[in-house]
Write a protein that binds this ligand. Structure first.
Ligand code: UD1
Length: 426
């Protein structure tokens, strides 16, 4: 999809009702596309969401010498990888999408070298790459940073190593996994991330011929193989999009059935919704959320999976903003993720932050106002707040939301919300 300079206008008050289907996870599919680089030939991915980041990753892979056939209507992407891909990921693409860094591991593995521009991306605080770098060094790569590029080289190939991550970083686990599958010998990644998206990439790599033990646990043991073959793979469903709809249902005192979703990937978040007073039930291939009263405030502490996901924190702050009572929200992953509460305050929310804690005192009503999305999830939180604010809320910089939520506005409309995309002045 194209990047469109639009805002979204929401007239609050509608109750969301109906059914919504979830597609593949943004946070998985981008890495799966990068993983395709590990094997020469044609890899096909399914349940690919129609979002800008997929188009950016497709372009990045083309620059690396791949032929990429992205069909948003069919939700598929086919990637033909040459015998020897290029090894340089340029700044003009990487700066548009931080996740571009996920080509680092596959490129060092396939080409013996990688020059990847240092990423920008979401404006949610500093996000280091130190664990990606030290892990690759342990595997025998030299890594330096020059002129804004991270330059990694392992001309003799990577070798297996024991790696202990200081923190179960999603990105570092993925980089090191993709580097390890073709390394000589065994790599043990300890304190690895366990997110469903990590399990998804492990499954795809296994399909390609990789040998990985401990999938889904915090110790991944990767036995290097010489070559991998291309694969066909269906992307895991987007738990954050599913969770956003679940919160939207509870917040608007609605009744929403979420299909093609995996409630077991959202256990804590759905349990929190039960605490706020929603009725949760599983349905074939998904779940249903019903709510018939004002929510009760609920405390949240974000943690690596299986803890409460940071990517659902803004949505729960929006929920707490109109809940009965007060809630303490603790953010442990990204330091600047509370920035958006200044925008929420424009709708009348009472949120006080102190370091990585936010105290949210529920108000009986919020009132519509113009606000600005600062990142994908903050934008989603603002949309949810707008759904229950009295009058009109306009969410500017809506392109952030489009990056994570395919067809969000259309789905909101189908569920009964009064939501319109409007062109931005100037
Ligand atoms: C991914 C997701 C993001 C989600 C996050 C946590 C993608 C594209 N993004 O981000 O939506 O919020 O997981 O679930 O998949 N860190 C370091 N050094 C490192 C690596 C990370 O200090 O080498 C820190 C980061 O600064 C951050 C924390 O670890 O504070 C979490 O980062 P990480 O788990 O790597 O998240 P991402 O992969 O960036």
């Amino acid at each position: 999809m194209e990047e469109r300079q639009t805002a979204v206008r929401i007239v609050g008050g509608a109750r969301l009702e109906g059914s919504v289907r979830i597609t593949g996870a943004k946070n998985s599919v981008l890495k799966l596309m990068a993983a395709a680089l590990l094997a020469q030939g044609r890899t096909v991915l399914r349940e690919v969401p129609d979002i800008l980041d997929v188009a950016i990753m497709a372009e990045l892979l083309r620059r690396l010498g791949c032929t990429v056939d992205y069909d948003p209507a069919a939700a598929t992407v086919a990637i033909d990888v040459p015998e020897r891909p290029e090894h340089r990921a340029d700044y003009d693409l990487v700066r548009r999408m931080r996740a571009s860094i996920c080509v680092l591991g596959p490129l060092v593995s396939r080409c013996g070298e990688a020059d990847v521009a240092l990423p920008g991306g979401d404006n949610i605080g500093s996000r280091g790459l130190d664990m990606h770098v030290s892990g690759l060094q342990r595997m025998g790569a030299t890594v330096s940073s020059e002129h804004g590029y991270l330059i990694a080289a392992a001309p003799e190939g990577l070798r297996g190593a024991n790696i202990w991550l200081d923190f179960p970083s999603v990105g570092a686990t993925e980089t090191l996994l993709m580097a390890a599958v073709r390394a000589r010998g065994t790599t043990v990644i300890d304190n690895a991330a366990r997110e469903p998206e990590i399990v998804d990439i492990c499954r795809m790599l296994t399909n390609m011929g990789a040998r990985i033990d401990g999938i889904g646990s915090s110790t991944l043991e990767v036995h290097g193989v010489e070559t991998l073959s291309p694969a066909e793979h269906t992307t895991v469903s987007d738990r954050i999009v599913a969770g956003t709809w679940a919160v939207a249902a509870a917040l608007t005192q609605g009744d929403v059935t979420v299909t093609n979703a995996e409630p077991e990937h959202l256990e804590i978040a759905l349990d929190k919704l039960t605490t706020v007073g929603a009725e949760l039930s599983t349905v074939p291939g998904g779940f249903r959320v019903r709510m018939d009263r004002r929510p009760t405030a609920v405390d949240i502490v974000t943690l690596p999976y299986p803890g409460f996901p940071t990517d659902l924190q803004p949505q729960f702050i929006a929920l707490n903003a109109i809940a009965e009572g007060s809630a303490l929200v603790t953010e442990n992953l990204f330091e600047a993720r509370f920035r958006f509460v200044h925008e929420l305050a424009r709708l009348g929310a009472d949120v006080q932050t102190e370091g990585h804690h936010a105290l949210v005192r529920g108000r009986e009503r919020l009132s519509g106002a113009p606000v600005e999305a600062t990142d994908i999830r903050a934008g989603a939180g603002l949309v949810l707040a707008g759904l229950v604010a009295e009058g009109t809320t306009t969410v500017h910089e809506f392109h952030h939301v489009d990056r994570g939520y395919a067809g969000f506005v259309a789905d909101l409309q189908r569920l009964g919300a009064d939501v319109t995309r409007i062109p931005v002045d100037g």
